[in-house]
Design a protein around this ligand. Structure first.
Ligand code: AMP
Ligand code: GLY
Length: 431
């Protein structure tokens, strides 16, 4: 079988690496890929949003399955276009991907389906949103505890957590007047700020059967102790002891089953990965957001533990045969992924810095270095993004996995490289 993975991040490197281990897969292409996928698969120079280009390539190469990694091509309708061209694809339709593409659509569907989520209001104009805040709070420094969100995709940046009235008005101004997130700011949401631990629960579904994956935890803030600006995710561990079997059953019955049914009832049946970003509040788990794809970096530690042939699972989902699959098999050992980032990230950063030590890190036992923002320049791996590498390791305990991951991190160098030092500590704190 020939597989095409669409995307160029750490998630796509992990997908390509795992798919390449399948006994059924002869060839994995990645479009456009990075320096890591160039080694473990074959890169094709087609952008992940170039729908005609991807379809032409998949036809020319007689690709048996296309796996779409990021949200942007899904929201643009790549899955629909590929299916219309007679190609098999893993990933939701454009209509189903609106769950991530529009936060207003998502929140309204959650409300209709009675799925626990933060209380919210939606607004079509910045003036209405500002009035809502001004009507409720009078002092500039008055605590408001709200979150202001741009409706559309904003590369994870359109969510602004606000402590005071002035923070909230500033956030509304950035989204609705200054248009920092462009069209994503056509509508906005003001919602209640939730407090608790965040967990990521992902499930593979064909729209009927739901296969839940072990819970993972991301680390979104840039600095140790969950401080500093938000990032795409600085590391993850899987599983997390804070989600036990009982809580997982509750998440399945209160969140995953009703959302899959609600999408079906809305005639937007979902095929692909459903990613529930949840806040574990004292009142139970509440949905922060849904994504319509694997999480990055959650995908890396998840797939490192997967023993079942990933191709079989993704093909079964694409063929609506998930009910026929045996339960997924997992390595019992926990895994963690530490993201190494460029100097300056999540703000501006330089590209093109030479990376050394990759082979030594990869040679360590139970370690895999997944590339994200890297590229080959004159046969040398250089930085090409903010999140550069995801150093992923397994161990008999979370502490051992952590030690192994950070041992590998120490092997790798480039000018300005940095990472959080406390990935997975929140899992240990609960033990
Ligand atoms: P989202 O893209 O909706 O997941 O938001 C990004 C991040 O913002 C989440 O991972 C949370 O850390 C934070 N966030 C979003 N909504 C809320 C909320 N209602 N309460 C507290 N934090 C939130
Ligand atoms: N790890 C967060 C995300 O993939 O959206």
């Amino acid at each position: 079988m020939k597989v095409l993975v669409v995307g160029n991040g750490g998630r796509e490197h992990a997908l390509a690496w795992k798919l390449g281990q399948s006994t059924k897969v002869d060839k994995v292409f990645v479009a456009p890929g990075n320096a890591g996928t160039a080694k473990d698969a074959e890169n094709v120079d087609i952008a992940s949003t170039d729908i005609p280009g991807l379809i032409q390539f998949a036809k020319d190469q007689a690709i048996d399955l296309t796996v779409i990694g990021p949200e942007a091509p899904l929201v643009l309708g790549l899955a629909d276009a590929m299916e219309a061209a007679g190609l098999k694809v893993f990933g939701p339709s454009r209509a189903a991907a609106e769950l991530e593409g529009s936060k207003v659509f998502c929140k309204n569907l959650l409300r209709t389906a009675n799925i626990p989520t933060a209380n919210y209001q939606t607004f079509r104009s910045g003036d209405d949103a500002s009035r809502y805040i001004k009507d409720r709070f009078s002092e500039p420094n008055e605590p408001v505890n709200v979150v202001v969100k741009a409706d559309g995709l904003a590369a994870g940046k359109g969510v602004i957590v606000c402590d005071t009235r002035s923070d909230a008005l500033e956030a509304i101004d950035r989204i609705a007047s200054r248009r920092e997130f462009g069209e994503a700011g056509n509508e906005l949401i003001i919602e209640e700020k939730l407090v608790g631990q965040e967990v990521s629960v992902l499930a593979i579904t064909d729209g009927e059967t739901i296969v839940t994956l072990p819970a993972a935890q991301d680390h979104k803030p840039a600095h140790d102790g969950d401080t500093g600006p938000n990032t795409g995710g600085m590391g993850a561990h899987c599983p997390t002891p804070i989600v036990d079997d009982e809580l997982m059953t509750k998440i399945e019955s209160d969140v995953l089953v009703p959302i899959v049914h609600a999408l079906k009832r809305a005639r937007r049946p979902f095929k692909g990965v459903l990613y529930a970003g949840l806040m574990l509040t004292p009142a139970g788990p509440k949905v922060l957001e849904f994504n319509v794809r694997f999480g990055d970096p959650e995908c890396q530690p998840l797939l490192m533990r997967l023993k079942t042939d990933l191709f079989d699972v993704l093909e079964a989902a694409a063929d609506s045969r998930l009910a026929e699959m045996d339960p997924l098999e997992w390595d019992e050992r926990p895994s963690i992924c530490v993201v190494m980032a460029s100097e300056g990230y999540p703000g501006d950063y330089e590209k093109g810095r030479e990376i050394t030590g990759l082979e030594n890190a990869d040679a360590l036992e139970d370690v895999k270095v997944f590339h994200a923002g890297t590229v080959l320049a004159n046969n040398q791996v250089v930085t090409n993004g903010g999140r550069v590498l995801g150093i992923t390791a397994m161990g008999n305990t979370i502490s051992q996995a952590k030690l192994q991951a950070y041992t590998a991190v120490k092997e790798i160098r480039w000018r300005g490289a940095w990472c959080r030092k406390d990935i997975s500590d929140k899992a240990l704190a609960e033990n």
